[in-house]
Design a protein around this ligand. Sequence first.
Ligand SMILES: Nc1ncnc2c1ncn2[C@@H]1O[C@H](COP(=O)(O)OP(=O)(O)OP(=O)(O)O)[C@@H](O)[C@H]1O
Ligand SMILES: [Mg+2]
Length: 427
Amino acid sequence: MTIQEIKNRFAIIGGSASLDRAIEIAKQVAPTDLTVLITGESGTGKEVFPQIIHHLSARKHGQYIAVNCGAIPEGTIDSELFGHEKGSFTGAYEARKGYFEVANGGTIFLDEVAEMPLATQARLLRVLESGEFIKVGSSKVLKTDVRVVAATNVNIIQAIEKGKLREDLYYRLNTVPIIVPPLRDRKQDIFLLFRKFAADFSAKYRMPSIKLNTEAEQLLINYHWQGNVRQLKNITEQISVIEKQREINGEIIRGYLPQRSTSQLPMVINNTNHGGDFNERDLLYKVLFDMKKDLQDLKKIVVELIGNDNQEEQDFHPKNASLIKKLFHEVDSTEATIQLGFGDATKSHDSMEDQPEIIKTGFRSNVKKDNSADDVETEENLSLHEIEEDMIKKALIKHKGKRKNAAKELGISERTLYRKINEFDIK
Ligand SMILES: Nc1ncnc2c1ncn2[C@@H]1O[C@H](COP(=O)(O)OP(=O)(O)OP(=O)(O)O)[C@@H](O)[C@H]1O
Ligand SMILES: [Mg+2]
């Protein structure tokens, strides 16, 4: 099968040399039983590679099982992968075969392999080395013949350094590495992909296909595509559905491309080491930042107005003086609150769980003390709610309703996301 035939068969769009190279390696390695590790940023298109490898191998009539190691709870993953004996744990009413037994003679795709618990990694290493495994609650060594293809979008070296991934397992998995390049490094594919997605969505929604003018095309090509092909696909779908006019210009496209933060927000720069897509959150911070500035301006105006009222007197009335003092104090503490919010955001996802509330509460309580700013308060809270609701909707659409992924992207816990979905009555 030629590279082009593989692309046709697996609906892969693109003609860049780096993508062709990745497909070529998959093709070469397929007939062997070697273990393959696929790496690449989120959304680059890793998921098709284990399928290519399976279907081009002698195992193609055997089972192909894809396992998302990040989605299986730690307590059940051993049993899912390797099976268990009856009565081996509470609720194990029947013996169960694991994927490694079921896929005997076939291929297992271990997605998000760096999320696998360390104890399971030890079991995996054994099965990779010798084909041997033991069911949970058993002492009998069983044999299986499974080809393993693994994938990850995390920085493997960092995962090893942090002790999340066993180094010996990494070397064992990485017998043949396939690197799927980020979209920004294969600019020539961007427009091809856009055209394909636009045609697909036009068929799906029974509307004429959207078309780009030259400026819009350039914007797409030069965008950094942190979410890679997945992000391009989502944006093409959004535009296809939302925009009435089918001729898309630069201005329209800009509205759909989250911009990276500017240097006025130092915290957001730090955020890049999360490796995720923080564009929507960047936008929220930007809005908060602007709101803070508006609030400061407003307070200054109030101070000036008080000053004007007292023009005939040389000094401010003591009552006004204390109000001014309070206003300036409030400006400072508003700033402090916002900085607290930003500071927290640089920490791990867990510690950020209720971060939107921290920021909101900060705004509310500070503004509330300021009696002259009742209207400002309502407006600000309203916009914050809208932004939050909007971001949650966007994240849910982006992750096709997968709450776990949406919560991760938003930097909040799944529990908080559930609560927000109910609060905002998001369908
Ligand atoms: N070259 C391509 N041609 C057509 N569609 C593509 C291509 N690359 C990716 N896609 C599409 O982009 C989406 C994301 O791809 P995929 O799910 O394989 O990403 P991934 O690399 O596994 O990301 P993650 O690490 O987040 O799981 C899918 O809908 C996939 O079909
Ligand atoms: Mg994937």
